[in-house]
Write a new protein. Structure first.
Lengths: 330, 210
């Protein structure tokens, strides 16, 4: 393992200290319980958006704390859910009286910890669960689909809506609508290495890839021989569009997300392949985003996300945002 | 239940989890995300650190505080699940010193909480696959008033139940993504439950301690 670290056990605290120092104009950090919040106080009447999850997906979620997006984020240990005390402290810090909306990726640990926080919270709470990954099939016998990079789209659009003064129930319904209009799928070329583990999460040969990989390096659909970018995008976009159910002529947002160790040069190449396939399916790529947004530490590979847009959600995407990781319109 | 007994229960559970943490982590590396022993050890270490304050409370309150400590320190899915088990057992605890029949009712209440929290049932390769057979054994022995050798029969029920998880296909937790590939491995959560039951029985009935 070659990493820029001092002490494996201190990584999270030291990294967040640097994050808070670098972006001190936007966010502040609470060390115990651990959470990141906007420096600005939540205006009266505005619902506060709080997300959180295991660390290792940076910039998700703390990088999206700021105007037009999240009010607070609760980082857990690497790939481990945060605990309810963090969520309660964050809620207390950013609730304006209008309530708190938890944005939770669909993993059992995250779901249960946010559920316990909601039961104990002194303020009104609601929850939006993201489960955009089409790689793992839904089934009543398993946990269901995983929440992956589509969470960024949900956080951006809900953040913009919260700024307009939208109430908690309406925000929750909007979040469910955006999540329902979003599909993702990923592919890994290498494993990630969890610092505390000290070695790769999974073994993968030079000439292999994991199609449908999750954002913790967990298995996807199948292990296959490495293919061209064109063939990889063909399979991922095929699965996404088949599940999305968009009608010809619809506008969509296309997000290409790097997993942490894939250069932008490759991500843009992938974007080109992906956009051509979206358009060949009769859809219009009305908005796009390319970069590393929901990573898996140092894993190589990428995911594609497509969200169906309407006038309202397009406006919410375009609305001003100013966070450490995402900024436009202001 | 006396103050000293609660102290010894906490010490027994914390000691068992600490000495088996590596085993739990190895089991979790095979079919989960490889942190069960680390997370459980962190939580029970905190429980041990607070044992004096917890043991000073009435049993019901002590169970609730122990559960809340686990929720805040264990993390992952195990924190809310073990936390709920203890908290809901605490809510079902009578004010008077509990009888075996009371213990059976308390365990059943804790298990109902775990099922609701994890949206799980028996047979999904989880901690419930040890907790439920143990609760069933306890309930039937209490109902039939057969309390001779109860401790050994509880330990045996936990051991048999644990080994039955090897052939199960996981339907909850990270292991569920593996589907059929989760077969052939003991469930880490079932294993920590069996260890905790062994520790509790070891304190309450030292003659049967393994």
């Amino acid at each position: 393992m070659k990493k820029l670290i001092n002490d494996v056990d201190a990584i999270l605290g030291e990294s967040l200290a640097g994050f808070a120092r670098a972006h001190g104009d936007l966010v502040s950090l609470s060390q115990a319980p651990l959470f990141v919040r906007r420096r600005a106080v939540t205006p009266a009447g505005q619902v506060a958006l709080i997300s959180g999850g295991g660390s290792g997906h940076e910039p998700l979620h703390a990088g999206f704390v700021g105007r037009g997006m999240l009010h607070a984020a609760c980082p857990g240990q690497v790939f481990t859910s945060p605990t309810p005390d963090q969520m309660l402290a964050a809620a207390e810090a950013v609730d304006s009286g209008a309530g708190v909306l938890f944005i939770v990726k669909n993993y059992e640990g995250d779901v249960m910890n946010f559920e316990m926080a909601a039961e104990m919270a002194p303020c009104a709470t609601a929850r939006v669960l993201t489960n955009d990954d089409v790689a793992v099939e839904n089934s009543s016998y398993t946990t269901g689909r995983r929440g992956v990079a589509g969470t960024v789209v949900v956080e951006k659009m809900l953040g913009a809506a919260a700024e307009t003064g939208m109430d908690l129930a309406t925000l929750q319904a909007l979040g469910e609508r955006v999540n329902g209009a979003t599909r993702s799928m990923g592919c890994a070329l290498t494993s990630c290495t969890v610092p505390a583990a000290g070695g790769p999460t999974f073994e993968i040969g030079e000439a292999e890839m994991e199609m449908g990989v999750g954002i913790h390096g967990e298995p996807g659909r199948r292990r296959v021989a490495l293919a061209s970018a064109s063939a990889i995008v063909e399979e991922m976009m095929g699965a996404i569009l088949a599940d999305l159910g968009a009608a010809k002529g619809e506008d969509v947002l296309l997000l290409v997300n790097g997993f942490g160790a894939t250069p932008l040069m490759e991500l843009y190449l992938v974007y080109d392949e992906a956009a051509r396939r979206v358009e060949a399916a009769g859809l219009t790529v009305a908005r796009s985003l390319v970069g590393n947004w929901c990573t898996s530490l140092d894993m190589a590979g990428c995911s594609l996300t497509v969200t169906r847009l309407d006038a309202e959600t397009t406006g919410l995407w375009d609305a001003p945002v100013h966070t450490p990781a995402l900024r436009w319109g202001c | 239940m006396s103050n000293t007994l609660v102290l010894r229960l906490i010490e027994g559970m914390a000691g068992t989890i600490e000495s088996h943490a590596d085993q739990l982590t190895r089991l979790d590396q095979a079919i989960g995300d490889g942190d069960h022993g680390i997370n459980m050890a962190r939580g029970f270490k905190e429980l041990a650190a607070q044992k004096a304050a917890i043991a000073a409370l009435p049993l019901g309150e002590a169970l609730k505080k122990a559960g809340m400590t686990l929720v805040m320190k264990v993390g992952g899915a195990s924190g809310p699940l073990y936390g709920t088990l203890f908290i809901d057992m605490g809510k079902a605890t009578p004010e008077a010193a509990p009888t075996l029949a009371d213990l059976s009712v308390m365990l059943d209440a804790g298990i109902r909480g775990v099922k609701a929290r994890g949206k799980a049932e028996v047979g999904m390769k989880t901690m419930l696959d040890v907790l439920c057979p143990v609760a069933d054994t306890l309930r039937s022995l209490v109902d039939q008033n057969e309390t001779d050798g109860l401790d050994e029969r509880i330990i045996a029920a936990a051991g048999h139940a644990l080994h039955r998880t090897t052939d199960m296909v996981a339907k909850r937790g990270r292991a569920s993504f593996l589907g059929e590939r989760s077969k052939g491995h003991l469930d880490p959560g079932a294993c920590s439950s069996a260890l905790l039951i062994g520790a509790v029985v070891g304190v309450l009935a030292p003659s049967s301690a393994r």
